[in-house]
Write a protein that binds this ligand. Structure first.
Ligand SMILES: [Zn+2]
Length: 597
């Protein structure tokens, strides 16, 4: 593998618009520490917000300016460090940037609680003040939490508890990332292979069923071995959610998680209901795979294998760029041109693997940088779709940064996966037109069906599990290992139907999912892909990308649900999810059509 120093300039991202050199970074860093430390000035506003809108405005603007400067410092530092994890200078720089951010968060931690202590009269005056108008929605979001905010002493106590309350997640993470180890596994010919989290998904796609089975069982064995410990961590995590919900006077854990972003719990419930109303299509899909692969039953390790495993599509990077740019043509010339420049001349992308480079892919940047993309491009179909995906994120960031002030530029998690999935869908459609052989079409459609299964159906299963365990905890039912396992097994039977094998290994999967330690998070994958699909349909049908482009330019200037509604998708109804399921049905039929030929 290439060393970082051997990577060609045209294959690497151009970080010079951020800082021309590490020395320039250092100069800017020095303006934030020591005598010139801007945090000191920020602290001078403490206990003064009640003096009126003028002071509040000064304080907010100073906070945003510092935040903006630090996020620029941090962006450069983390991008550099991701180029080569073992580079000592990069590592130190990233550590310093992180530390600075941490100090800032600490120095600014009093602002929201102090705003929330203002009297109703003072809040009203503040929100009506013209000078403060650019921050009105920002402030409204904070004040919305007033009913769930405690007295200063109680808030301090809560803040004091937060480190201790992280223990369940830290325990799971320590086990899952550090202590866990897997025995090597044998393939169909008896050759041994190392097993790890990273290799697991690769093995799941292998044509060798023995290898898949051994990988599946090998992974889950290590969760079974520690099931009491992990179940304790998971139930502890649920208890921390319950504690916070009760302390802040929310009726349920779900309500506590969704309220701050003004997401109606109806969004959550309607996702679960809609998927289950149509769950027979997933059962039929599983039955179809059982028949096609001539299996006794479809096991957990039979889900990721392609129905056209002999197809190998390869795309060089330039071809992938052209494919993505062509596919997003429906979004107009300007969108296309910005993306083209970004992917080509401006070099947003760090293209290929090199020694000790961060694995996977992401889009990352800040208000004052390009929206950079890290890839480990190998030329597979998945890589092309990943490029489309990250380019979607990057364009969302680019447009929101261009059109919004700093404090509204960053979009929320709830809408984060919309723009990325939107572009993936466009590239999928373009490829489906372009590829001619039935085998290639089968390969592509299979890929899409699997993506919908994994993102809509599976994440909804997770969401339902999460809701169930929280509801039981609210009712005072002790969450034991056997309760977790039984619930998880039942849900798998419900979602995957009679031809899915409900053997013992599958029930330990609930002890393997790190997202269960992030409060009511996974449902957003399912709602995100549904919203994206609905928006693609709408843009193509109306032949008008304007409302969608406006959404991409809106950052977090309104609540996510409202932004989507303005773009034409109502997540409070069942329609977007039902639409995606219809698409799944249609593609499933098309797949069967090609295979019967
Ligand atoms: Zn993404």
């Amino acid at each position: 593998m290439k060393e970082r120093s051997e990577v060609l300039e045209q294959d690497s991202w151009d970080l010079t618009p951020l800082y021309v050199s590490p020395e320039r970074w250092e100069e800017e860093y020095q303006t934030c520490v020591g005598e010139s430390n801007p945090f000191k000035k920020l602290l001078s506003y403490k206990n003064r917000l009640k003096e009126g809108p003028g002071i509040c405005l000064e304080c907010l603007e100073l906070t945003m300016n510092i935040d903006r400067k630090l996020s620029k410092l941090h962006t450069y530092a983390h991008l550099k460090s991701d180029e080569d994890a073992a580079h000592p200078e990069h590592k130190t720089r990233e550590g310093r940037a992180k530390m600075l951010y941490f100090e800032f968060q600490h120095a600014a931690a009093w602002i929201e609680p102090e705003l929330l202590q203002l009297s109703d009269k003072a809040i009203e005056t503040l929100l009506k003040d013209q000078k403060v108008a650019p921050y009105r929605f920002y402030l409204e979001k904070i004040f919305r939490l007033k009913a769930h905010t405690l007295s200063i002493e109680q808030e301090e106590l809560l803040a004091l508890s937060s480190k201790a309350l992280q223990a369940p997640r830290e325990i799971f993470s320590a086990y899952n990332n550090a202590d866990i180890s897997f025995d090597p596994i044998a393939d169909g010919e008896g050759t041994e292979h190392p097993l790890s989290h990273g290799r697991y998904l690769l093995y799941m796609q292998s044509k060798d069923r023995v290898l898949r089975k051994n990988a599946f069982e090998g992974i889950h064995k290590q969760y079974q071995n520690f099931e009491n410990t992990i179940a304790e961590a998971l139930q502890g995590q649920v208890q921390t959610h319950l504690f916070r919900a009760k302390a802040r006077r929310y009726p349920t854990c779900l309500e506590a998680a969704l309220f701050p972003h003004r997401i109606d719990t109806k969004v959550y419930f309607s996702l679960l209901e809609t998927v289950k109303e149509h769950i027979d299509v997933m059962h039929r899909y599983i039955s179809f795979r059982k028949e096609y692969f001539k299996l006794d039953a479809v096991h957990g390790y039979d889900m990721h294998v392609s129905c056209a495993p002999e197809v190998e599509l390869k795309f060089d990077f330039e071809t992938a760029i052209d494919l993505v740019i062509d596919a997003v043509g429906v979004l107009g010339k300007e969108y296309q041109e910005i993306l083209k420049q970004g992917l080509k001349e401006q070099r947003w992308v760090d293209r290929y693997e090199n020694a000790r480079k961060r694995t996977g892919a992401y889009s990352s940047g800040c208000y004052d940088s390009y929206p950079y993309i890290l890839m480990n491009y190998q030329g597979t179909l998945s890589d092309v779709l990943t490029l489309a995906h990250e380019a979607g994120h990057s364009m969302h960031s680019f447009l929101s940064n261009r059109h919004q002030p700093y404090h509204y530029a960053q979009y929320t998690i709830f809408v984060a996966e919309v723009a990325s999935t939107f572009n993936e869908e466009l590239v999928f459609r373009a490829l489906l037109k372009q590829l001619k052989s039935p085998q290639e079409k089968v390969f592509l459609i299979n890929k899409k069906l699997d993506a919908i299964r994994a993102t809509l159906f599976r994440q909804t299963l997770f969401a339902e599990f999460e809701l169930k365990i929280h509801t039981l905890a609210e009712e005072g039912v002790p969450l034991t290992p056997s309760l977790f396992k039984t619930l998880y097994k039942e849900l798998n039977a419900l979602y995957y139907g009679p031809d899915f094998c409900h053997d013992d290994a599958i029930q330990y999967e609930c002890f393997r999912i790190p997202h269960f330690y992030t409060n009511f998070y996974v449902y957003q994958y399912a709602t995100g892909i549904s919203a994206a699909q609905a928006l693609v349909n709408k843009v193509l049908q109306d032949k008008n990308p304007a409302p969608y482009l406006k959404f991409l330019s809106s950052g977090s200037s309104h609540y996510s649900i409202d932004l989507l509604q303005q773009a034409g998708v109502d997540m409070l109804t069942k329609k977007p999810v039902a639409l995606l399921i219809d698409e799944f049905k249609r593609l499933f039929q098309e797949l069967q059509g090609y295979m019967q030929r």
